[in-house]
Design a protein around this ligand. Structure first.
Ligand code: ADP
Length: 334
């Protein structure tokens, strides 16, 4: 009995020891696992944090250093974590837009200065000629007066156009909108064209009583640009057609000529500022390449659109669409 008790005691003792050892091993393992996980999380966290701060530091530094001289600065996207890639990409896309807008503005200023140089040099040339010989020579006097008048008008026209575009860019272009009879406006435009222009045959078709909401004067200014171009780029004696019709919910003005036409590859550019298909030829015609960009601004500001079809040697057709059912008119104020 004693032996039995002893062996039972030993078995119980053994079991307790094994249990204690197991608990100790499992506990140690758990503590080890906890320590390793904590360390991993800490290291990974601090790596990510360091990476995040690295990108944010770079962003701060680059944002602080941006000036007109280094608009090509971009963040290094490869160094970013997934979470920060979006910030870096957004920053880079913003810089792309700013750089593009800045380049466009620079180009505009340089083109405008270039355009102004020609009339200024012509005026200076005539002033010098007047100074030398004009005082005694009536012919030179007359020629110079005519040329100076023409060039200063040309300059005034250019400056007005530049101001119009600048106002639009600054969003201070005032549109005085109201309801008016578009059929009457087109009638007026046709009569004025026939009165001033005797070298082309003007054909027309105007559907009556088409009413529109918009700035009547600005719309007339835009349409005049299309008509003037049709006259400018069409040989004398040929036909210019001006039409007003309704298509779906649009009042559609069609200006068609059978003039020189525009090469297909140039069509996407004709609404760009200062664009001319043939700069040397078109300067003689008094164009600055700004007419269509102004017309486009006016049409877009009325919720309209422009379609153009053209073939060199056959002619050009512009269709200008103005929506008839406009929401209550809104006008920008200065
Ligand atoms: P511009 O004042 O020089 O006429 P626009 O902006 O009005 O400038 O037109 C841009 C260019 O598009 C013109 O220089 C001309 O080359 C071309 N263009 C515009 N309208 C016509 C047309 N009806 N026929 C042929 N070419 C045209």
């Amino acid at each position: 009995l004693f032996v039995e008790n002893l062996s039972l005691g030993l078995i119980v003792y053994n079991d307790i020891t094994i249990l204690l050892i197991e608990i100790t091993v499992i506990g140690t393992l758990a503590i080890l696992l906890f320590a390793v996980s904590t360390l991993t999380i800490y290291l990974r966290g601090s790596y990510l944090t360091r990476k995040a701060f690295g990108v944010l530091d770079e962003l701060t530094e680059k944002a602080n250093n941006i000036s007109s001289q280094n608009l090509n600065l971009r963040l290094n996207v490869n160094d970013s974590t997934d979470e920060l890639i979006e910030i870096a990409l957004t920053f880079n896309r913003m810089m792309d837009r700013i750089e593009k807008a800045y380049e466009k503005q620079n180009q505009f200023v340089s083109d405008a200065s270039h355009e102004l140089r020609t009339p200024i040099s012509v005026i200076q040339g005539y002033a010098r000629m007047l100074d030398r010989w004009g005082k005694d020579d009536k012919d030179i006097l007359q020629e110079s007066i005519q040329a100076i008048k023409k060039e200063s008008e040309n300059m005034q026209d250019l400056v007005e156009k530049l101001l119009f575009i600048a106002r639009n860019d600054k969003d201070t272009l005032v549109l005085v909108k109201g309801r008016f009879n578009m059929s009457e406006l087109i009638g007026e435009l046709i009569r004025e064209t026939i009165l001033l222009e005797t070298n082309h045959n003007i054909e027309s078709h105007v559907e009556p009583e088409i009413m529109l909401d918009g700035d009547r004067d600005r719309i007339k200014q835009a349409l005049r640009i299309f008509v003037d171009n049709a006259l400018k780029y069409t040989e004398t004696g040929k036909i210019i057609t001006i039409k007003l019709t309704i298509e779906d919910n649009y009042a559609v003005v069609t200006v068609r000529d059978n003039g020189i036409g525009i090469p297909e590859e140039q069509l996407p550019n004709i609404f760009d500022r200062f664009f001319r298909v043939d700069a040397s030829r078109e300067r003689d015609k008094g164009g600055h390449g700004l007419g269509l960009s102004i017309a486009r601004i006016i049409v877009l500001r009325h919720g309209g659109r422009i379609k153009v079809a053209s073939k060199p040697g056959e002619g050009t057709r512009f269709k200008i669409y103005f929506p008839i059912d406009l929401p209550p008119s809104t006008s920008h104020s200065e």
